[in-house]
Ligand binder design. Sequence first.
Ligand code: UDP
Length: 239
Amino acid sequence: MGRPRRIVLKMSGEALASSASDETIDSETVERLAGEIAEALGVLDLELAVMVGGGNIWRGTTGAGAGMDRATSDTMGMLGTVINALALQDALEHHGQATRVLSAVHMAEVAEPYIRRRAIRHLEKGRVVIFAAGMGNPYFTTDTSAALRAAEIEAELLCKGTHGGVDGVYSADPKVDTGAVRYEEVSFMDVVSNDLRVMDLTAITFCKDNNLPILVFDLMSPGNLLLALGGERIGTLVR
Ligand code: UDP
């Protein structure tokens, strides 16, 4: 795979929180991630869109598990991603990086609506596009939304940044099994048939059907973002 020119980065909501503080959004963490994004874009010839999750604020399944209407609970989750998107936008702009937040749920006073051609135009102009509200439909995750948007804007790579200390795809859970080995590369079929935890199954099968490679890497390790966006072989490539 040559060095990708257009990338979608999936960042979980929890990546914006911090174990060191109780804040839902930890300003220092967001500033650091934004700084790394801005730095990477300063040196790489690259167009970048970010799909941000909302798990630090709300997950649809949490409410549904407690008896809430699933669609309502998922809508709350989507709104959470908008909060995160605004935090990331603010931090990127502190670093001098132009951005646009494109929301899949209409919110005219807060963000532009997601329009595919507009997203591409922003990217061509060097702006970081931040996708908010996932794909706008309940019953989906931001992983699947990231895959969908990546296909729509014809991105060459989906970078899935992890935040839990696992730096790729392993043969078993490395936190449980000390013999687990990290794959440098793994096929979509192996991910599905061996139930390797990369992204949810809907996202994986979508990427497989649309020939969209996924790079799974540790987002929280300083310097990794530059390597991942630069096409270096860190983490695990799923294709
Ligand atoms: N969500 C949704 N539709 C979408 C994207 C997200 O309903 O297209 C909801 C869903 O409830 C999900 C929540 O938003 O649990 C937060 O997103 P996600 O769990 O993907 O965030 P992450 O785990 O990446 O932080």
